[in-house]
Ligand binder design. Structure first.
Ligand SMILES: Cc1cc2nc3c(=O)[nH]c(=O)nc-3n(C[C@H](O)[C@H](O)[C@H](O)COP(=O)(O)O)c2cc1C
Ligand SMILES: [Mn+2]
Length: 490
């Protein structure tokens, strides 16, 4: 729980290949040849994505695909986890998250992207009859998936037709055929808000879908950045150098000059196709198979020997997606809370078991009556958390909110359920929520209730609250030094 001040941070890569070279130097990259997209790559994902220190795996010579057309799995694990965010190896996940927040979020300095004319993404440009999305080794990730998902490690760039700002959001994409993919933008997400505006104007929405970018840009595609702000300008600020972007020939939208693969085209208002089902981050096929908008691909850009990034959600438990989102979303929510005027926030942890979206622990140094409820409500509904948050547990600062067992211990022991739980109703939910009743889903009413659990010692009698027998750090150290040997060889 130590606060790390001013840990030097430096993002040492610009594109995926530079990142891959750094990961290789750490000895954490494995290559697999001859796997099938129909089954093998999904099986490999099942085998490795839950381990905290699993390797990054690059699949080449995928059956039926050209040599060099690769798939990359598992960016965020092992030692490369900290390298990816620009920090030294030794930081724990909590230290990494809080150092990241301090270095990059507390006083953010966005750097606008720069438009350039050349870039490796332009090495191959396919238009007209040459457009063929099936060239890429998009896997079937889970056995009951309704098709091949090319867009998991992806983000799509759109422009607000009225206000002019650019957005990058991670919205999944299923392959429909050679020239079209699905685009699932949940209501409320910025891409969906843009599309609503295009629809009301009766215009198609231009889209540049990036498949395989550097990890940081991808992470920001999937992270809540305020309305009106271009995620890639935030990434420029974090790197301390602007993102270099080229303009698409069809839409004029910019996309990273060193991206691996970009699909450019239009989403037509009113045009939909059946999409799904897909094994989602909630560990269920909650969204089923239904009509979603379609991206008609007019141009494909790709580097020589392109690398498709795969970030499939793996269901119950913690997976790669949950782990990187936990580090980044916890930092975002802590910063959101502080900026919303909540004092004394010590830790925020978006627990991996909730996909780092649905179950958050918050520890505070209580300062006044009502402080814990304020912290819980803001933690539940701030920019970084509002979408799909379900349970917020607020604890005192003597509890390690990042530790699931400690958090649940405090929740179980320090609450009086009838009085300690409050509900927010009608809150923003995700279509991936398996508990969303069919009737509400059919109406498009993607809302649910959120429980805010105050597991702090009641403020007005906190001094009479029985002391905890959790040992002090000094006693624990002494115990380990004196008798830790008893566990050796176990
Ligand atoms: C790998 C991945 C896949 C995602 N898939 C979807 C999706 O299919 N639809 C969706 O609306 N949000 C999806 N999300 C969540 C959004 O990307 C995320 O909430 C993001 O903040 C949205 O961007 P926006 O705030 O600019 O709208 C996904 C996130 C990740 C990391
Ligand atoms: Mn956005």
């Amino acid at each position: 729980m130590t606060e790390r001040k001013n840990v030097a941070a430096h993002i040492a890569y610009d594109d995926l290949r530079q990142w891959l070279a750094l990961a290789e130097r750490l000895g954490e990259v494995r290559e697999v040849k001859g796997a099938s997209w129909e089954e093998d790559i999904g099986l490999a994902a099942e085998a490795i994505l839950r381990a905290e220190d699993g390797p990054c795996v690059v699949f080449d010579e995928v059956k039926g695909c050209a040599k060099g057309f690769r798939v990359l799995l598992n960016m965020f694990a092992g030692t490369r986890r900290n390298m990816t965010l620009g920090f030294p190896d030794h930081l724990t996940k909590w230290e990494l998250s809080d150092s990241y927040r301090e270095a990059f979020l507390a006083d953010p300095k966005n750097i606008p992207h720069e438009i350039v004319v050349h870039g490796p993404v332009l090495e191959n440009i396919l238009t007209g009859k040459d457009v063929d999305v099936l060239k890429f080794p998009a896997p079937i990730w889970h056995e009951k998936d309704g098709g091949r998902y090319i867009g998991t490690g992806t983000f799509s760039i759109t422009r607000d037709p009225e206000e002019g700002w650019l957005n990058a959001g991670a919205y999944r994409a299923q392959v429909h055929d050679k020239t079209s993919v699905g685009l699932v933008m949940a209501a409320g997400h910025h891409g969906a808000q843009h599309f609503e505006k295009y629809k009301s104007r009766g215009e198609p929405m231009p889209v540049a879908m990036v498949l395989g970018g550097d990890p940081l840009s991808f992470f920001y595609g999937g992270l809540e950045v305020p309305y009106g702000t271009f995620e890639l300008d935030v990434v420029g600020g974090i790197r301390g150098r602007p993102m270099k972007m080229v303009k698409g020939k069809v839409t004029g939208l910019p996309f990273p000059a060193d991206a691996e693969i970009v699909l450019e085209g239009f989403v037509q208002p009113g045009k939909t196709r059946i999409e799904g089902p897909f094994g989602e981050w909630t560990g269920h096929y909650a969204g089923g198979a239904k009509e979603w908008p379609v991206l008609d691909v007019h141009a494909i850009y790709h580097r020589n020997d392109p690398i498709l990034v795969g970030v499939p959600p793996m269901g119950a438990g913690a997976d790669e997606m949950a782990r990187y989102r936990a580090v980044l979303r916890s930092a975002t929510i802590k910063e959101n809370m502080t900026k919303a005027g909540v004092p004394g926030v010590m830790q925020v942890w978006c627990h991996e078991v909730g996909g780092a979206r649905s179950f958050h622990g918050v520890s505070i140094k209580q300062r006044y009556p009502g402080h814990a409820v304020q912290a819980g409500m803001v933690a539940a509904q701030c920019g970084g958390s509002a979408y799909a948050s379900k349970y917020i547990v607020v604890v005192d600062e003597d509890v390690d909110a990042t530790n699931l067992e400690h958090l649940l211990w405090a929740m179980v022991m320090r609450t009086d359920p009838k009085h300690s739980i409050q509900f927010i109703e009608g809150a923003w939910d995700s279509p991936a929520d398996p508990a969303l009743p069919p009737a509400r889903r059919a109406l498009g009413d993607m809302t649910h209730s959120v429980a805010v659990i105050n597991a702090c010692k009641p403020y007005h009698w906190r001094d009479q609250f029985p002391p905890s027998n959790t040992p002090s750090p000094e006693t624990l150290k002494k115990a380990r030094e004196k008798f830790g040997w008893l566990l050796e060889g176990k």
